[in-house]
Design a protein around this ligand. Structure first.
Ligand code: NAD
Length: 497
């Protein structure tokens, strides 16, 4: 059986731990590898060598740091096909989605290449008589990134891209469900000329997450995953005096106004609800048709598209989406569908018990559509994280606006309308961090930044963009005065001709 250890000091190591987790092929349901869980002592050794590497890296000028990142970006691009295949084989998303996963990570590396400009700091000349003030953004030292299973390329790159560009070393703790791509990304960093020890990849579970939160050398923790764990990591890391940004779960709504271009909205919502089997924190699992007759118009445009969807293996180029990540996750999604029906939802399309010929043990869930969902149902409040779309009908704009605003999660939201004034008011008033106007998945581009509100994010710094740069740096402000003519030397400093 293939075993995956850790990436430390520029090498793959076996690991000393005696506890393993299975990595599945979600297409067949078979175990394809095992990942070894690190011990706190192994984490400590990796942190020590990261600390050493960081001291030298912090002295490297920003242009040279940027050159390493440029070389890295090119190498990741050159390895795109291999990375995408590796990603699909452990995660189950189709190859086109895996390529997108890698590409969105590269976008952040590309932004990080602009670090000589981004980290310039600020300067005030003549803040007082002969007084100048300047502010520097210094790296924190060793930082850690803890990532979820659903974007094993993009989310690690969000974190270590910005951390390394700003002069830090990074300990990456990937999801134990699909660690191969993060391991390869760390290896490629060294192959691209990145200093050995600056990016370490330590695999593990709660034991290592706790050890990261408690480690005195680690100065900041960036976490992405489910909300309860995000809140726990935030509390534990900050209690130990660390900076923390902890992104959590989501339940994003798509509001359909009566004047929406219904065909386009239906197409967009189909991809956003079911793409990647709904395992995206920016998926749209709730749709809110507004006003009399809008739900019917939406369903008329939507149902033929839904019926034409194909579910296949992760390497089937024709498939819209592939299997979900584990059997346990498949069972949890199906249990949520059972529960929604018990709560009174109307099942318009049932994805339970879906099997694919030749892949009967794969973790497949068919596309599911539930109508007449209401805000008092638990399955409306909970994140299902599968190919399940719920329809919640709203009488008017105010009722539709209240749904995402009052929901426990506040990651993303989209409104479909042709009325600019309505869209503008919605974007202004909705209590959600990322808003799309006729854009179903409003993930901000790499030079803005990513972050939700409410239980979708704990901490006050977003991921990547200038927010990311600020998260990984601390400000030092120097106020200096060089008075004229007070010392003998002044004649020498300002030569008279
Ligand atoms: P998860 O919370 O199970 O795991 C995330 C990380 O936490 C993993 O590295 C895991 O090893 C670790 N972990 C798991 N249990 C732990 C525990 N008890 N104590 C300490 N650490 C623990 O999340 P997941 O299932 O891998 O990912 C899916 C979740 O991530 C969904 O809720 C999704 O919405 C969320 N997500 C959020 C964003 C965002 O930016 N808001 C992005 C992607 C995914």
């Amino acid at each position: 059986m293939k075993q995956i250890g850790h990436f430390v000091d520029g090498e793959r190591i076996k690991g000393d731990g005696d506890h393993y987790k299975d990595i599945f092929d979600p297409n067949t349901g078979e175990v394809q590898a095992q990942v070894v869980m690190a011990t706190p002592a192994e984490l400590d050794a990796a942190v020590k060598s990261a600390e050493k590497a960081q001291k030298d890296w912090a002295q490297v000028n920003p242009q040279k740091r940027s050159r390493v990142l440029f070389a890295y970006k090119q190498l990741v691009e050159a390895n795109m096909d291999d990375l995408a295949a590796m990603l699909s084989s452990e995660h189950g998303k189709v190859l086109a989605d895996s390529r997108g996963d890698v590409m969105r990570g590269i976008d952040v590396i590309e932004f990080a290449c602009g670090i000589p400009h981004g980290q310039k700091g600020e300067h005030t000349y003549g803040a007082g008589p002969e007084i100048d003030v300047y502010s520097l953004r210094k790296p924190l030292g060793v930082v850690a990134g803890i990532t979820p299973f659903n974007f094993p390329a993009m989310i690690p790159m969000w974190m270590f891209g910005m951390a390394i560009a700003t002069g830090n070393a990074c300990i990456l703790k990937p999801s134990e469900k699909d660690p191969s791509v993060p391991m390869r990304l760390a290896e490629l960093f060294v192959e691209a000329g990145g200093p050995v020890g600056l990016l370490q990849c330590i695999n593990g579970d709660k034991v290592i997450v706790d050890a990261i939160c408690d480690h005195p050398t680690i100065k900041a923790v960036s976490f992405v995953g489910s909300s309860d764990i995000a809140q726990y990591v935030y509390a534990r890391a900050t209690a130990n005096g660390k900076r923390a940004q902890c992104m959590g779960g989501a339940k994003n709504h798509g509001i359909i106004m009566p004047d929406a271009n219904m065909d386009q909205a239906a197409k967009d919502i189909l991809g956003a609800a079911y793409g990647s089997a709904g395992e995206r924190c920016m998926a749209l699992p709730v749709v809110v048709p507004v006003g009399e007759g809008t739900a019917e118009k939406f369903l008329e445009a939507f149902m033929p598209k839904l019926e034409a969807m194909t579910v296949g293996t992760s390497n089937d180029a024709e498939a819209d989406y592939g299997p979900v990540v584990t059997q346990a996750h498949k069972e949890s999604i199906e249990a949520n569908i059972d529960k929604a029906i018990k709560e009174g939802a109307t099942l318009l399309k049932d994805g339970r018990g879906f099997t694919l010929q030749g892949y009967e043990d794969g973790f497949f869930v068919g596309p599911t559509l539930l109508d007449d969902v209401t805000p008092d149902m638990e399955t409306y409040h909970d994140e299902i994280f599968g190919p399940v779309l719920q329809i919640v009908r709203a009488k008017n704009f105010e009722e539709a606006l209240a749904l995402p605003s009052e929901h426990q999660y506040g990651n993303g939201v989209a409104i479909f309308t042709q009325n600019g004034r309505v869209a503008r008011e919605f974007a202004d008033r909705v209590e959600v961090g990322m808003v799309g106007i006729n854009v179903p998945i409003p993930v901000p581009v790499a030079y803005h930044s990513f972050g939700g509100w409410k239980r979708s994010a704990f901490g006050d710094a977003n991921q990547y963009g200038m927010e990311g740069l600020r998260f990984y740096t601390k400000v030092k402000t120097v106020t200096q005065r060089w008075p004229k003519g007070e010392t003998e030397d002044s004649a020498f400093i300002i030569p008279r001709f």
